[in-house]
Design a binder for this molecule. Structure first.
Ligand code: 2M8
Length: 447
């Protein structure tokens, strides 16, 4: 089974390579996406370290002077009509060496320091030349990764407690998650916008699997307000209807600081390494203080405008398990949630949303289907806290799922049937990693 899966994953990554970067899938997502590039690099390194580094470099060449790493880098060879909202709609100014309209103006979860460290660790196995290349690439990336973190922890510290706010659901990567329902209800929904700006996703995928038109009209409206202010974050809370602290985004933010500590250590920067570790601890403390609900005993998204936690129990609530500084009590609570009927790790990996919720939707994107990337992060959390048996069960459940159903974008949470784009890059790349790497992050506790 593993050779067959390995070869099919390699074929997907071959198909989706453009010569400069990887696209998530040829038809539905014909540009480069930010957190996709990180997950992709983690698996691509096993078969082509040069491409893994190239993909990360290509993304960071589009970094803005303020440090933000855009959520999409547009391929100039792809027509405006092939993806909505495309470069003309975002209309970002020229920056650095990039032309105007080279990217979007929003971000995605900062998975890249984690990816850079994983790629570096595994590239060394390819021999001395790869080791040298890895060192050069790591040195190039380090200050850029630091700038990315600084942007998120300063300009996006909209709630003032040291967590980054997402100002658009697309920034979370979990687009239409029920975690945003309350906060999104306060965002005006102007369906007329979809007459002026036409959705492209419905031309290439099933409408029942995708976000609704009401969601989309809000997504478009939020970009229009951010764009009207030149994508500036100054005073953003007062003029922008959506600002949320997400437990998944912020757990990745803290884990990125830990990865940076390892990178800084490798580059001989001991003081910087200590500062990264301290920042990871401070973010962990803020996650617990702000996003933990003692009644539900899980983590939720916080609406910065209202100060209220979302009532929804989503897979994002399990993501703080990635954090080694989490207290034993919080770890136990996450494990109870992960083992409960709501998420139940078993034959299948965990779904994106509480299986027992009345509005659990087996088809619609981040409102029920299961996704390989968040399960990969959950497995990482299990390893960090020494739950080796569960981590191994989850690893084999993911491998089995993809082997039986293909490298789909997401999967039906009951039958495991593949949904969304069929040859999806991060599913393929992470399958390679799951087949190849059973190792434990360096800061994991002994099991
Ligand atoms: C999905 O998001 C894009 C918008 O960024 C879309 O719906 O068009 C999400 O699943 C996101 O997490 C992912 O990065 C992106 C590309 O795979 O697709």
């Amino acid at each position: 089974m593993s050779a067959e899966l390995w070869n099919s994953a390699v074929r997907v990554l071959e198909t989706n390579w453009t010569g400069d970067h990887m696209v998530p899938s040829r038809k539905l997502y014909p540009h480069q996406w930010s957190w996709d590039a990180a997950f992709i690099a983690i698996g691509l390194v096993y078969v082509n370290p040069t491409r893994a580094w190239r993909d990360l470099r290509s993304l960071f060449e589009a970094q803005w002077p303020d440090g933000r790493v855009p959520h999409i880098v547009f391929d100039p060879a792809t027509a405006e009509a092939d993806y909505f909202p495309g470069p003309g709609f975002w209309d970002v100014p020229a920056y650095g060496d990039r032309p105007a309209r080279g990217s979007t103006g929003i971000v995605q979860p900062p998975m890249h320091a984690i990816a850079a460290w994983e790629v570096y660790r595994h590239a060394a196995a390819h021999g001395a030349a790869c080791g040298q290349q890895a060192r050069t690439e790591l040195e190039w990336l380090y200050p850029r990764l630091v700038a990315q973190q600084r942007y998120l922890t300063t300009s996006r510290n909209l709630g003032g407690a040291g967590l980054a706010s997402v100002v658009h659901p697309w920034e979370s990567g979990l687009d239409n998650s029920p975690a945003w329902d309350e906060a999104m209800a306060n965002v005006p929904a102007d369906l007329g916008l979809l007459t002026t700006y036409r959705r492209r996703d419905l031309a290439v995928s099933d409408a029942a699997h995708r976000p609704t038109d009401v969601d989309y009209s809000r997504y478009v409206g939020l970009v229009l307000t951010y764009r009207a202010g030149g994508y500036s974050d100054d005073g953003l809370l007062e003029r922008h209807a959506f600002a949320v602290e997400c437990p998944s985004f912020n757990s990745i933010l803290a884990s990125a600081e830990l990865a940076l500590a390892q990178i800084a250590g490798e580059l001989g920067l001991a003081a910087e390494a200590r500062a990264h570790r301290d920042r990871a601890q401070a973010i962990t403390t803020a996650i617990v203080q702000r996003l933990w609900n003692p009644q539900t005993r899980t983590f939720h998204a916080l609406d910065v405008h209202t100060g209220k936690l979302s009532p929804a129990r989503c897979v994002s609530g399990l993501m703080p398990l990635m954090l080694p500084d989490l207290t034993a009590g919080h770890v136990e609570a996450i494990m109870a949630e992960a083992r409960s009927d709501r998420f139940g790790i078993g034959e299948l990996p965990v779904p994106s949303y509480d299986r027992t919720a009345p509005d659990f939707d087996t088809q619609r994107y981040w409102r029920g289907p299961l996704w390989v990337n968040v399960n990969w992060l959950l497995r990482r959390g299990l390893l960090v806290h020494g739950f080796r048996d569960e981590a191994e069960d989850l690893r084999t459940a993911m491998v089995r799922l993809v082997h039986h159903n293909g490298h789909f974008e997401y999967f039906h949470p009951v039958t495991g049937e593949g949904l969304g784009a069929p040859t999806f890059s991060w599913t393929a790349a992470l399958s390679l990693d799951l087949l190849a790497d059973r190792s434990v992050p360096a800061y994991a506790r002994a099991g």
